[in-house]
Design a binder for this molecule. Structure first.
Ligand SMILES: Nc1ncnc2c1ncn2[C@@H]1O[C@H](COP(=O)(O)OP(=O)(O)OP(=O)(O)O)[C@@H](O)[C@H]1O
Length: 297
């Protein structure tokens, strides 16, 4: 897996308040990286530094092992937190304009804009002024603006906020296509369910420090105890006395429990079978919300 974008020891203060502390993480080619943190954790500040809108006090941001230049950043697709399309310009006109700014010919910019607007469900609204669109549709237009020049990497600040579930699905599909075609996507969000569905890699920030980073599977394995669901036919209360078992939830014949490191789930299953029929026995993957609570404490 090739790292394309790397942050290495980035610090940033505003006045005497340090809001980023030694921020380091990698964005890998072809993958979707979710950048997750609570309000004020430092996501926007980090993304602004990546895009060169803000300078870091210390540390480096590199692109394919070389310092990030203005020219390289020109090949980035950016959706800033403050958005920034013109309310009084038509959607198509300004997406074309942004494509031209990024070096596309007029013809290429028009073609790319029309295809994108169609793809994200704004085909019929292209000639409308941005300000006449609903907030969700304005957000779709912002996504089109970030994608028009077929960027090599996408850096998106809260791309899903304000979108209805159908719009989220559309945008998720478009971003997945881009990632699969080679353009990695770094996106911030505090909608953990969306991040969970979308990202391959996760970076969790809290209080300006990176608390965890890596593939979703690795983080799942590293930060949570193995959890299982067992459904039997009679009361499952006997689980309480099983070595290594901590009951999380017991509802008659259904139990959810954590298993201590080294304890064998097969032993629990065999004990259950000795006592009668087993209707279900399965590991439960921890949700991203649980991992987040665990590492952002
Ligand atoms: N220009 C600025 N001047 C002073 N403080 C700032 C500035 N920009 C950000 N901050 C502070 O830096 C901290 C990190 O803010 P940032 O916007 O990066 O967080 P965030 O993770 O994007 O939060 P949110 O999810 O609420 O947008 C916050 O405490 C914020 O108040």
């Amino acid at each position: 897996m090739t790292t394309v974008l790397r942050l290495d020891g980035v610090d940033r203060s505003f006045g005497d308040r340090q809001v980023l502390k030694n921020v380091s993480f990698d964005v890998v080619a072809g993958r979707m990286t979710g950048f997750v943190g609570g309000n004020g954790a430092g996501k926007t500040t980090t993304m602004r530094i990546v895009l060169g809108v803000l300078a870091a006090d210390a540390g480096r941001v590199t692109w394919r092992d070389a310092p990030l230049t203005r020219q390289v950043r020109g090949r980035f697709g950016y959706m800033p937190e403050e958005r920034g399309l013109y309310p009084k310009m038509s959607v198509r006109e300004q997406v074309v304009y942004l494509g031209r700014l990024h070096g596309l010919t007029a013809e290429a910019a028009r073609r790319s804009t029309d295809a994108l607007l169609e793809r994200i469900g704004l085909g019929e609204r292209g000639d409308d002024l941005l300000e006449t669109l609903s907030l969700g549709n304005q957000q779709r237009a912002q996504i089109a603006a970030a994608l028009v020049h077929d960027p090599e990497v996408l850096v998106l600040d809260e791309p899903f906020s304000g979108l209805d579930p159908m719009a989220v699905d559309t945008i998720v599909a478009v971003l997945r296509e881009r990632a699969a075609a080679g353009a990695p996507v770094l996106f911030s969000s505090h909608q953990l369910d969306v991040v969970e569905r979308l990202c391959d890699d996760l970076v969790i920030i809290a209080g300006g420090s990176i608390r965890a980073a890596g593939s979703r599977e690795r983080l799942r394995a590293a930060y949570t105890t193995p959890r299982y669901e067992l459904v039997v036919e009679t009361d499952a209360g006997w689980l309480r006395d099983q070595p290594g078992v901590t009951l999380v939830d017991l509802d008659g014949a259904r139990a959810v429990f954590d298993l201590a490191p080294g304890a064998d789930e097969q032993v629990v299953l065999r004990t259950a079978l000795d006592r009668g029929p087993v209707r279900a026995f399965r590991p439960i993957a921890p949700s991203l919300a649980e991992i987040f609570r665990e590492v952002a404490k």
